[in-house]
Ligand binder design. Structure first.
Ligand code: UD1
Ligand code: CA
Length: 462
């Protein structure tokens, strides 16, 4: 029998008060829906359908063809959302694992456990519930005197007694496809909310079919995110569990409450991460590297024994035994070699450097291909933009660039070149050249007095 997942992600997410649709909202810089789909992909589920509606293009842009889509034109509730997948699922023999698109912490191990329980118990419908001390905003599970589930009542429809119930609906259901779509058609509109509630299938099915529950042990895993405060809680859980796993794998994290690591980041044993550091996206940090404090790394690779401190690194790659920072900025596919020094207030954009190259202070290296053992003097820059177009700079090996040199691109500098400090270099420089491109100094003797004001002694009393 085939197993399908149906993720409900068409809602507006009104309580979020954000322009971005809720299920696309990022947690640790990754869209909420991606966490869910990634775990479904790792589970025993065969095919995934995502119900989209409100701003569906945003979600489809994130998920592309990893899933198939059902379209819910008007957001008339969770029951209506499932019904919009009727043409895709109703005729398919099998079971469907329904879950809300605002449940980012669900993991594949739990998905598999729920699926096995459903099959082992021989259920037609498994309702997944959890115990909450403060059940606010969740639907309450109402049971009869034999402990069978009778119905689910939404918070706003609860009487005072039902409000005290601590067992709540996670929003996950496993259900036989045919029975699901037959029952859905019988759901009546909730007049107060003008919505069709998926929760009503419980009451519709419990007399004629086998309806059971699966109670999750760790309720935070199935928490629903409804607003930005919920985002922060999910983020906190996720951060703590990711950091813990890294620490148990030999990564030293100092003051971990201040360190944020995305869940796709790979960090090798022996790395030290200092406070106030964020490493996200598809980043890899190799052994012996030290990152932080106050550093942000996104979609980047850091080589072994490299140190990055007080710096920003986006979409870039840094070699081994290199130091970056303090206050360096690498971006736009910067590729830095081994044993480099990218120092104070140096920005590198869309450029590569060979091994043993140094830019220790106040440089801009943009759209450049730089060789091995190049020294950028303090304040030397590539002048890559002429106001209309960006141009490239090529620099060979063993080049010494004096302080405050401007390299006006497009330009090519050969190997073993020495560029004198203060030069504005506009033409290509051949290998072996010593180049000086600035006005010759003139000393006019005894002339400074024409410019310098005489010193007035202001000592009181004189
Ligand atoms: C829902 C459940 C509630 C449960 C809670 C768990 C119902 C009526 N209530 O409430 O019992 O305790 O989840 O978190 O089902 N969606 C659509 N189309 C719609 C409406 C919603 O696709 O027309 C999607 C949303 O994008 C969201 C999910 O369904 O991802 C859940 O909707 P939401 O409004 O958050 O439901 P809750 O009020 O949290
Ligand atoms: Ca919700």
């Amino acid at each position: 029998m085939k197993t399908y997942a149906l993720v409900l992600a068409a809602g507006k997410g009104t309580r979020m008060r954000t322009i971005m649709p809720k299920c696309a909202y990022p947690i640790l810089k990754k869209p909420m829906i991606e966490y869910i789909v990634e775990n479904i992909e790792k589970s025993n589920i065969d095919e995934t359908v995502v119900v989209v509606g409100h701003k569906r293009e945003v979600l489809q842009d994130i998920l592309q063809d990893r899933v198939s889509y059902a379209y819910q034109e008007e957001q008339l509730g969770t029951g209506h959302a499932v019904l919009s997948a009727e043409s895709i699922l109703a005729h398919k023999e099998g079971i469907t694992f329904i879950l809300p698109g605002d449940m980012p912490l669900i993991d594949y191990v739990l998905i598999n456990k729920i699926l096995s329980a459903h099959q082992e118990m021989g259920n037609d419908l498994t309702v997944v519930s959890m115990m909450m001390d403060y059940p606010k905003s969740y639907g309450r599970i109402v049971r009869d005197e034999y402990n069978s589930i009778l119905r689910i009542v939404e918070e706003n429809d609860c009487n005072e007694y039902q409000k005290q119930i601590k067992e709540v609906n996670t929003g996950i259901y496993v259900v036989n496809n045919k029975i699901l779509f037959n029952s859905l058609k019988k759901i009546k509109k909730n007049e107060r909310k003008n919505e069709y509630y998926l929760t009503d299938i419980v009451e519709l099915m419990h007399t004629d079919y086998k309806v059971n529950s699966f109670i999750v042990r760790h309720p935070h895993v199935t928490m629903g995110v409804n607003d930005l405060y919920g985002i922060s809680i999910a983020e906190k859980y996720l951060r703590e569990s990711i950091n813990k796993n890294h620490m148990l794998s030999g990564v030293s994290i100092i003051n971990p409450e201040t360190v944020t690591i995305g869940d796709n980041v790979v960090i090798e044993e022996g790395v030290i991460i200092h406070p106030n550091t964020t490493i996200t996206g598809r980043s890899v940090v190799h052994s012996g590297a030290q990152i932080g404090p106050n550093t942000e790394i996104h979609n980047s690779e850091v080589g072994s024994n490299t140190v990055v401190n007080h710096s920003l690194v986006y979409d870039s790659k840094i070699g081994e035994e290199t130091t970056v920072g303090p206050f360096a900025h690498l971006r736009g596919h910067a590729v830095i070699g081994n044993r480099n020094r990218i120092g104070n207030f140096v920005e590198v954009k869309n450029s590569s450097t060979g091994d043993d190259t140094k830019a220790a202070h106040l440089s801009y290296i943009g759209d450049a291909t730089v060789g091995h053992n190049v020294n950028f003097g303090c304040g030397s820059i590539t002048v890559n933009y002429d106001g209309k177009l960006k141009h490239r700079t090529t620099i060979g090996d063993d080049v010494f660039i004096g302080c405050n040199v401007n390299l006006i691109a497009p330009i090519s500098i050969g190997n073993e070149v020495f560029l004198a400090a203060g030069s504005t270099v506009t033409d290509d420089v051949p290998t072996g050249s010593f180049t000086i491109a600035r006005n010759r100094q003139v000393n006019k003797s005894d002339y400074a007095k024409n410019y310098i004001k005489p010193h007035i002694d202001k000592t009181p009393g004189q």
